[in-house]
Design a binder for this molecule. Sequence first.
Ligand code: CS2
Length: 430
Amino acid sequence: MRLSRTTAAAPVRIVHLGLGNFFRAHQAWYTAHAPDAQDWGIAAFTGRSAKLADTLSAQDGVYTLITREAKDEFEVVSSISRAHGAGKHDAWLRYLASPDTRVVTLTVTEAGYTRDRDGGLDTTDPAVAADLTALRRGAPVRTAVARLVAGLAARRDAGAGPIAVVPCDNLPGNGEVLARLTAECADLVAPGCAEVASFVTTMVDRITPATTGADLATAEAATGYRDEAPVVTEPFSEWVLSGEFPGGRPQWSATFTDDVMPYERRKLWLLNGAHSLLAYTAALRGHRTVGEAVADEVCRSWLAEWWQEAVPHLDLPAADLDAYCRALLTRFANPGVRHQLAQIAMDGSQKLPARILPVLREERDAGRLPRGAVRLLAGWVCHLTGAGVPVSDPGAAGVRDERDALALLDLAGDEELRAAVAAEANRLRG
Ligand code: CS2
């Protein structure tokens, strides 16, 4: 029997860009669990391929969330009322121009923000340049910022009222980042349209690996129906938000605060930084998943070293941070979540600045050479130069050695750091 919807779909009031596993384990799940879920349906658009939208549409938007630890728990999540492929530009514009829509959420990955080295809109990126031309002609666009600007312009022209824009990617100050990019894009093609948007900054967390064929079989055996797109995730989840929702929002069971930054830095440095460290270094010891890596005491000692460097730069009580790191080790060791190092290794040039640079800079300013950060960078250099998991990072094309790699992070001038990274990379290569 095929999975299908058993309750009426909620009216669409949220539009999402970046329909994928993380969104389905996180924001869609929070929305499904809100006490007013029946009022807040989601229209979710994929970022590129329409495949997942087609698969979900064939089962009325619903899917199975498999929450894994020692055993599996299965639940059907039904907050996605409509799923659309990325190419459905007119549908996107219609939702954005509707007064019923109150919130736009985004999960487009770090690279999806198409920023230049200064954090502004990268107008030299061919996809961005093509979209700017298309926006001037009112033609369909593909990049996230251009899609948002097209939608906001349609909303402003329709007089549909203000809307909250909620980026949910691992970037510090993601609300401010997206506000800047949107304003820069709007200035070029539709001045003033971003005024209808209230940008919300968020920290999001839930470890969500790619789904495997075995997961489909497990879900079918346990539930008795066939789901072509289940999602596996861990029990832990966290969502911290700061900003205004002028048109309302679901009663999400999340943390609302004035300042997301302390949570964001804690998560980006301690969790994501640790992930990247393992993705590049543990792979050199033959491991393929985060779970395998943390079963190796050498890798655990590398994590401890990085955490010891990062923790003193965080503005949260030391005991809480200690507990946070211990909990991370348990989360990383979760036997049910087979999180591939290759998945985490992708797009390092976009991910590493948020994950290690603030700590590294402060350590260097204090005259120290932090070994954990050096090891992470050395692992990344090994990865980019052919050791470890395969490279998938358009932003790091053409890197030949540690000089090229460090230049991507604006660290090229630090000769002492370069030498340390080169020496460590040699050690890691064995
Ligand atoms: C990971 C994140 O792929 C990656 O880069 O570090 O996706 C991580 O699993 C999530 O941020 C956890 O919330």
